[in-house]
Write a new protein. Structure first.
Length: 202
């Protein structure tokens, strides 16, 4: 009696499948190899806050944060409770856990962290109302880290409210000008960082 016989699969037919799998794995490894250096470079370029120093007394206090590189920043005061905010662009913090409790002068405590993706912040609690006398960035130089410096002075609740209202009005005007496409009015030029740094030790 004749009939079709089952033929064993040809071992050679599995070769193309194995070749495709090998190609896919090789492509995946190559992709990982290209992504890792980019990730390491991005991490290496990240700005790090790695030190904080506070000096002064109950009349005038200086807050200094060491950075791995100079960055842009915004500093402003807020009431209820009185505090100073320093907003930074995506800075990573590498500070001792108890840093925020080692304070003096007008500063009672401070904390820090990431507010949202690409935005970080120092929050400085103060003993009563203060004003920002000056703030500036010192770039890396002579083996020293970059530094953001904020000088605070004691003030009265009345003077604080007046300054806070003025800052709020300026912010609203800036937003309105940005929405209408108008250029903001020029402001007085700040002193050069080098001049301020030499005049006031930090």
């Amino acid at each position: 009696m004749s009939g079709s016989q089952h033929q064993p699969p040809d071992a050679r037919s599995a070769c193309p499948i194995r070749a495709v799998v090998r190609c896919l794995l090789l492509g995946l490894l190559l992709m990982i190899g290209m992504l890792l250096p980019a990730a390491r470079a991005s991490h290496a370029a990240e700005t790090i806050a790695n030190g904080v120093r506070i000096g002064g007394d109950a009349v005038r206090t200086r807050f200094v944060a060491d950075l791995s590189g100079a960055v842009s920043y915004t500093v402003y005061v807020l009431p209820d409770p009185y505090r100073v905010m320093i907003d930074l662009p995506g800075v990573r913090f590498d500070l001792p856990p108890d840093s925020g409790t080692k304070t003096r002068g007008l500063i009672s405590a401070f904390r820090y962290g990431e507010v949202e993706e690409g935005r970080s912040r120092f929050v400085i609690d103060t003993d009563g109302p203060v004003l920002i006398e000056k703030s500036f960035i010192v770039d890396r130089k002579g083996g020293q880290p970059a530094r953001i410096v904020v000088d605070l002075v004691k003030t009265t609740p009345e003077a604080f409210r007046a300054a806070y209202k003025s800052d709020a009005d300026i912010s609203r005007d800036a937003i309105a000008e940005a929405n209408t496409g108008q250029e903001p009015e020029p402001v007085a030029e700040a002193p050069a960082v080098e001049d301020v740094a030499e005049a006031i030790p930090i």
